[in-house]
Design a protein around this ligand. Structure first.
Ligand code: NIG
Ligand code: FE
Length: 414
């Protein structure tokens, strides 16, 4: 099966070297005017000027998709989501709008704990239906690869149930990179005994998740009311020893030192960073840890402090953007909305935001060998935008500017 996508007024290839994009490189989208892309058996043969691509031998027998003057770009890589949560928290939302804080809502029985009760109690089929509907909405909004975390059950049966739902959904049709977020909050069974909970996760959960290949990453929520820096370190060191990649919810509400812990442990990413300071920015800039920013959660919570995106980019950190899709702080399917927030609220340029939502997201998931750009050998995952200039993407905010999402199977799964 060969497909030729032709007629792109702007083809955003995002071509470049194999490293995460930093500084000025974040503004280079590898734009080809009048571009085309040739995809064979799900893999990009080549993407570039139409006059060259259309002459390739395989293009002759190809099925054609006419972009008709639209922008064509790689599918979004949403590198931070809490996909499986059962049901939305609409009561929490209303309470917060009436003035209650995130902590007050949690104290009143809402928050992560209420999602925990919902997920524990739901049959896998029901969780799968919720996640499947969410994935369909993400696909319509242009996401083709996403990370998805467990962390709303916290007990053995529920976390394995969540991770198995993710394994079943992977590739149908979006590619899912699964993460174990056992250390989201301390569950009621271990109230007052966070260290015992960590010991249990390290001894009982992580080895079997690893053995069954149910997660590629392990994540921790390091914050007031969640896990301390020492607890996070111990938990992540266990995960690293078992061969997991590491991620940290870092400096979201309280400044904990988690960004520097991420750098020290060579985590794949440090996510959130709203409270990150100059030292954190410097450390991230000198590391290979991706600074993943989640402005959807700041927006939805009605807060004012966004992560210091400009300072991070100017210092040379590799910045990614993701939705943080979850029922408490960021119920959005839309990477497009995240890009609009990144531009308007964090002063990222449209080009930087697109880099952050594609190739740098792929680096945060360590799938940059197959996703995040339109280059030979990568998956044929691409978007046709209802736009003739890429800057329209963040500019027309709150709308779905994706005309078509093209998703081909991940080679590993086919
Ligand atoms: O990334 N901050 C911790 N975890 C999520 C929110 C989880 C929830 O409220 O359900 C986040 O914002
Ligand atoms: Fe999160």
């Amino acid at each position: 099966m060969t497909t030729l996508v032709r007629g792109a007024r702007q083809l955003l290839t995002l071509r470049g070297d194999s490293r995460p994009r930093r500084g000025a490189a974040m503004r280079e989208l590898g734009i080809v005017a009048n571009g085309a892309a040739l995809i064979k058996d799900g893999v990009i043969v080549d993407a570039g000027p139409a006059r060259r691509i259309e002459k390739l031998p395989a293009a002759r027998r190809a099925r054609e998709i006419d972009a008709a003057g639209r922008v064509v770009m790689p599918g979004f890589v949403d590198s931070h989501t809490h996909l499986v949560f059962g049901r939305p928290r609409l009561g929490d939302y209303e309470m917060r709008l009436a003035g209650a804080s995130y902590a007050e809502i949690a104290a009143a029985g809402g928050g992560i704990l209420s999602s925990m009760k919902a997920v524990r109690g739901m049959p896998a089929a029901q969780l799968e239906a919720q996640a499947r509907a969410s994935l369909a909405a993400m696909a319509r909004h242009g996401t083709t690869t996403l990370e998805a975390k467990s962390g709303y059950a916290l007990d053995e049966a529920g976390e394995l149930k969540t991770l198995r739902v993710l394994a079943r959904l992977n590739g149908h049709p979006l590619d899912i990179v699964p993460t174990y977020l056992g250390a989201h909050i301390v569950p009621p069974e271990y109230r007052g005994k966070p260290d015992a909970y960590i010991d249990w996760m390290a001894a009982e959960m992580m080895p079997q998740i690893r053995r069954r290949k149910l997660a590629r990453f392990v994540d921790v929520y390091c914050d007031d009311g969640a896990f301390t820096i020492e607890q996070s370190r111990r938990y992540l060191e266990h995960a690293r020893r078992l061969g997991f990649g590491l991620k940290i919810h870092a400096e979201q509400f309280a400044h904990m030192g988690a960004a520097r812990l991420a750098v020290e442990l060579e985590a794949a990413s440090a996510d959130h960073l709203e409270q990150a300071g100059d030292e954190d920015i410097r450390a991230l800039a000198q590391s290979n840890t991706i600074a993943t920013l989640l402005p959807g959660s700041v927006f939805h919570l009605g807060l004012r402090t966004y992560a210091p995106a400009r300072a991070l980019i100017e210092a040379g950190a590799a910045v990614a953007l993701a939705t943080d899709f979850n029922p408490g702080t960021s119920p959005t399917y839309s990477m497009q909305m995240v890009l609009s927030l990144a531009c308007t609220e964090m002063r990222m340029s449209p080009a930087e935001a697109i880099t952050a939502g594609t190739i740098n997201g792929a680096h945060a998931l360590r799938v940059s060998d197959r996703a995040g750009s339109l280059e030979p050998g990568k998956q044929g995952n691409l978007l046709l935008l209802d736009a003739s200039d890429y800057r329209e993407l963040p500019y027309y905010f709150g709308a779905n500017n994706v005309h078509m999402t093209i998703k081909t199977p991940c080679p590993e799964q086919s």
